[in-house]
Design a protein around this ligand. Structure first.
Ligand code: HDE
Length: 696
């Protein structure tokens, strides 16, 4: 048996091993003749076989029947949650050996690149819903390791709504469209969701995150990922540590503003998938560092929260995040259905060195994920679908079932046996056999929750205290929006009452927006503790990979525009020209520039910033163009950097956007000679992401 393990050893996975495996399944039709699914070449693919040119279609037309039958069966059930998602391939590399904490092989050798497939998703919406709705985002990673697949199936929020898996169907029934009229799609702003919240106060902490900017990310490339539950790392000596997993995006954590998010959902429902797809196509590969927080087993009870409670995070200031490796996403899928849609993740797909905790939410998930694939992917052989195959060989006595691909040789499909020399045979731990951590467990069988899970508000308050003034205001407005859409006045009042437990000012502000009076803060939850790591104000700020709209028309000032474009490119920013019509525009000196979008085909919400080019004729047109003025105004309203050079400044003035320097994030100068400085300042302003100091 040692031999088998060594065989695996020899075939050590490289970054390309999964790609090579997938290659066996890829099909390219280029230059080929059309065939039926039986491989028969066909001579006709537009006309069915008929009895006479104007006669009825004949049953005998096997090609027509096969084509139509296949089409009729093209759909599979969407995921019951996380239906809408988008995936990409990449690889992961550890920074240094982690042997002191875990024996997981993919966390040992910094020279090994482990292939990964990641699927990002929203939770509540259907497969065809919008990307930018207010929701939690899924962040599921499949590592194709040399010891089998390891799935880290996380979210972009570090805690969850509920503490016990038993309540998951209730939570999801409450947030999904209401059953009697199937509305609203992909939204939590309705009665049943808030009824659930008011009656299940363990949701308080997660609700604070859900109503914060975290639930409207700017990009999948700019959000964190969290394993949420406490897991265990186990080393070669059998020692275990509690661990929480984090993904930290290299570009920082950034969000949209709510008005913008709603508009994008209409203008470009594919906003996040397009952003990810384009970044990868352009070679701007998204990167995330893997972080771990570690708690020694003997320190399990040293905290004022229960580390098994999934509604609690471990403040980074108390348990620091160690960055242990990096993931780079560098390849789009060839076929979204075959890869992204058929990917089956499961928190129970682990490798030696990674184990579970008794978090009751995690324990329930360990059942649900295989179960759900049976209905979605149509049977027990979903592990044979190319995207789900491990790059290590699979040997066991499981047989048959729908769509079985493997042809298992031999007479024997049971253990133990002598006819086949007792193979396949379980591997000893030294041979890579997975051994569950031997945690000592004692207790009565009860249907109860530990008292240590009863505190529902301290960390909701911690989150609130950690927010900047602007972030707090966004949370207040989100509450007002969500509850404003709730029809039942009783539920509105219940929710306001509930959140007096988090913060009196918050409850008062929300109540005021709803025309209610907030009851006094019961002050049960005191504390002014903060975790600065939770505020997006403190994140990385870089202009890299941002998208800027440049408004230019015939008569634009070419030298300045070229200088600006070059400076943007150097900073990693994509500048795209927007004008009144497509084609080429001519500068005041006859140079030409190509227009990428018109005001009809694009919208300011699709860009991170706007710049108005100089040139008298160009500027004069925009001053009179409602489309151009709306475009600029909207960017201004969404706190984005707005720039202008030369006569472009007149357009801002015509727009009522105040004179240069009087407002944050407005970079404008009439003096064209200063274009280099203007560009540099504008790039800085883009890097800031948003300019909250602006009054709108
Ligand atoms: Fe999931 N979840 N979940 N979930 N979840 C699914 O599995 C479930 C939870 C998460 O891109 C389903 O294959 C239960 C927490 C992601 O394919 C299903 C409970 C976290 C994805 C399921 C939870 C997640 C899913 C639906 C409470 C963050 C998408 C389709 C006990 C740590 C994976 C599927 C992908 C998908 C069950 C709670 C993350 C039904 C029962 C907490 C990212 O099995």
């Amino acid at each position: 048996m040692m031999e088998g393990y060594q065989r695996m050893e020899k075939g050590r996975n490289s970054e390309f091993s999964k790609d090579k495996q997938l290659d066996e399944f890829r099909v390219d039709n280029a230059g080929e003749k059309t065939t039926t699914n039986q491989g028969l070449r066909i001579s006709e693919d537009e006309h069915s076989l008929k009895a006479g040119e104007r006669g009825p279609t004949l049953m005998e037309d096997f090609h027509f029947r096969e084509k139509m039958t296949h089409f009729d069966h093209e759909r599979i059930p969407e995921r019951v949650v996380h239906a809408r998602g988008f995936g990409a391939h990449g690889h992961f590399q550890v920074y240094k050996p982690m042997a002191h904490l875990t024996k997981a092989r993919f966390l040992q050798d910094p020279s090994v690149r482990t292939p990964v497939f990641v699927r990002f998703s929203t939770v509540a919406g259907s497969r065809g819903s919008g990307d930018t709705v207010r929701d939690v985002r899924g962040f599921a990673t499949k590592f194709y390791t040399e010891e089998g697949n390891y799935d880290l199936v996380g979210n972009n929020i570090p805690v969850f709504f509920i503490q016990d898996a038993m309540k998951f169907p209730d939570l999801i029934h409450a947030v999904k469209p209401e059953p009697h009229n199937e509305m609203p799609q992909a939204a939590s702003a309705h009665d049943t969701f808030w009824d659930f919240v008011a009656n299940n106060t363990e949701t308080a902490h997660m609700i604070m995150w859900h109503l914060s900017d975290r639930a409207i990310p700017r990009s999948y490339r700019m959000m964190e990922g969290f394993g949420v539950h406490t897991f265990r790392l186990v080393n070669e000596q059998g020692e275990a540590h509690f661990v929480k997993f984090h993904w930290k995006p290299v570009l920082g954590v950034h969000s949209l503003v709510w008005d913008e998010a709603q508009k994008i959902a209409g203008k470009d429902p594919d906003f996040h998938r397009r952003d990810l797809y384009e970044a990868i196509e352009m070679g701007k590969y998204p990167e995330y560092e893997l972080g771990i927080q570690v708690i020694k087993e003997e320190n399990e009870f040293n905290f004022d929260f229960d580390i098994l409670d999934p509604t609690k995070l471990w403040p980074e200031e108390i348990v620091p995040v160690q960055l242990i490796g990096k993931m780079i996403l560098n390849k789009n899928t060839d076929n979204v259905f075959a890869e992204t849609e058929q990917a089956a993740f499961h928190p129970g797909h682990v490798v030696p060195g990674i184990d579970f905790s008794n978090d009751p939410l995690l324990q329930g998930r360990l059942f649900s994920y295989t179960d759900t694939q049976l209905i979605r992917l149509g049977g027990p052989n979903f592990h044979e679908i190319p995207i789900n195959r491990s790059i290590t060989p699979v040997h066991n006595n499981q047989r048959d079932g729908y769509h079985r691909m493997t042809i298992n040789k031999g007479q024997v499909s049971y253990h133990k046996n002598s006819l086949a020399g007792n193979s396949p045979e379980p591997a000893a731990p030294e041979e890579g056999g997975y051994q569950h951590y031997q945690e000592k467990v004692e207790g009565r069988k009860v249907q109860r929750r530990s008292d240590s899970f009863k505190d529902h508000y301290s960390q909701a308050k911690l989150f609130w205290n950690s927010m900047s003034k602007v972030e707090k205001q966004h949370i207040i407005e989100a509450f007002r929006f969500e509850l404003g859409k709730v029809k039942s006045k009783d539920i509105r009042a219940q929710v306001v009452n509930m959140f007096t437990n988090v913060d009196g000012y918050l409850a008062e502000q929300v109540a005021a927006g709803l025309g209610l009076e907030a009851p006094p803060n019961p002050d049960e939850v005191s504390g002014t503790f903060e975790s600065p790591a939770l505020s997006q104000e403190n994140t990385v700020k870089t202009p890299d990979t941002r998208k800027v709209a440049i408004l230019a028309d015939n008569g634009f000032a070419a030298p300045e525009l070229n200088l600006l474009l070059a400076a943007l490119e150097e900073a990693g920013i994509r500048g795209e020209i927007i004008s009144s019509s497509l084609g080429m525009i001519k500068s005041n000196q006859g140079d030409e520039a190509e227009v990428q979008h018109t005001f009809l085909t694009s919208s300011s919400v699709e860009f991170d910033a706007v710049f108005v080019a100089g040139g008298e004729e160009s500027a004069n047109r925009f001053k009179l163009s409602k489309d151009a003025l709306d475009f600029i105004n909207e960017a201004y309203k969404h706190y984005k950097a707005v720039g202008a050079a030369g006569e472009g400044v007149e357009v801002l003035l015509a727009n009522g956007i105040l004179a240069p320097d009087s407002d944050p994030g407005i970079i404008a100068d009439r003096d064209k000679e200063k274009i280099r400085d203007i560009a540099a300042e504008f790039i800085q302003a883009v890097a800031q992401h948003r300019h909250w100091g602006r009054t709108v």
